[in-house]
Design a protein around this ligand. Structure first.
Ligand SMILES: Cc1cc2nc3c(=O)[nH]c(=O)nc-3n(C[C@H](O)[C@H](O)[C@H](O)COP(=O)(O)O)c2cc1C
Length: 189
């Protein structure tokens, strides 16, 4: 798939077919992650590939964080069901000590954001679907998967064959609303 086409047509996929995902495809996705740029090339990332059904079910439950979702009127995390359905859930972790921290700006989140987009685009290019799941009970998740104290969990990615076809994504701002010419606030033509 051509790069701009992949960027444009990637969508958050939250429902999956009852169909396994080949190990080679997961490795190919991880190869795309491996090629991501990172602070001083320190590659602060670690990924746990979860296939175990019971673990996926527990992970799914941990994505409903009541204190976050209840005030919004949500009874579930919109991605919750998909985490149970998808044959694979990738847990993206970072070692903050292996990235930059410049003027109180922790760059491990930047590194992980870039790696995550590589992951999502690679999955899409392979005909798979995924979604960045950023809301979860980190402490419980770390206990469940034996993730060390000093490591942060940054996101979860259910990966599977999409059960839904999404042509249009949620609306995006037009470019001239957020890109300026020479000085802040002067819209680009
Ligand atoms: C950092 C981050 C956290 C997210 N967390 C969740 C989440 O917890 N649950 C969910 O269903 N979607 C989550 N999303 C997906 C966004 O809702 C989605 O990307 C956005 O609505 C745009 O839709 P699109 O990905 O189809 O273009 C998250 C996305 C990002 C980048």
């Amino acid at each position: 798939m051509e790069l701009f086409e992949a960027i444009k047509t990637r969508r958050s996929i939250r429902r999956f077919k009852d169909q396994d995902v080949e190990d080679e495809k997961i490795l190919k996705i991880m190869e795309a992650v491996r090629n991501a740029p990172s602070w001083a090339n320190l590659q602060c990332w670690h990924f746990v590939v979860v296939r175990d059904k019971q673990l996926r079910e527990k992970i799914s439950e941990l994505t409903y964080v009541k204190s976050f979702f209840e005030p919004l009127g949500y009874k579930v995390n919109p991605a919750q069901k998909g985490i149970k359905e998808a044959p694979v859930v990738v847990v993206a972790c970072a070692d903050p000590a292996k990235s930059g921290n410049l003027w109180n700006q922790p760059y491990y989140m930047t590194d992980m954001g870039i790696a995550s987009e590589n992951l999502m685009l690679a999955a899409h290019a392979l005909g798979l679907g995924t979604v960045f799941v950023g809301v979860f009970d980190e402490e419980e998740l770390k206990k469940l998967l034996g993730i060390p104290e000093n490591i942060r969990v940054v996101g979860l990615f259910p990966i599977g064959y999409p059960a839904t076809e999404k042509k249009e994504g949620p609306p995006r701002k037009p470019v001239n609303e957020f890109v300026y010419s020479d000085k802040w606030g002067t819209p680009i033509k």
